[in-house]
Design a binder for this molecule. Structure first.
Ligand SMILES: [Mg+2]
Length: 78
């Protein structure tokens, strides 16, 4: 698993995912800012590994947005 800690932009996240593809990660976690739902929505289509996010989510509505608009595969609501 790779936790990017919100540190990447969507283009950088996609490039890093491609570079690290041979490592066969289980998931890439929170590469983008938590409010960049549009950015999350673009990532899964270009990444072969599951996308995890949602550590800061505090409501069902936020989780639904991550899944429906962001295409997040694994929600890590705390
Ligand atoms: Mg984390």
């Amino acid at each position: 698993m790779l936790d990017a800690g919100h540190a990447l932009g969507s283009r950088t996240a996609m490039r890093r995912a491609d570079l690290l593809e041979p490592c066969k990660r289980f998931w890439i976690e929170e590469p983008l800012h938590p409010e960049d739902i549009r950015g999350y929505g673009r990532l899964p289509q270009s990444m072969s590994q599951p996308l995890a996010a949602g550590e800061g989510a505090s409501s069902v509505a936020q989780v639904e947005r991550l899944i429906d608009e962001g295409g997040v595969d694994i929600v890590q609501m705390t």
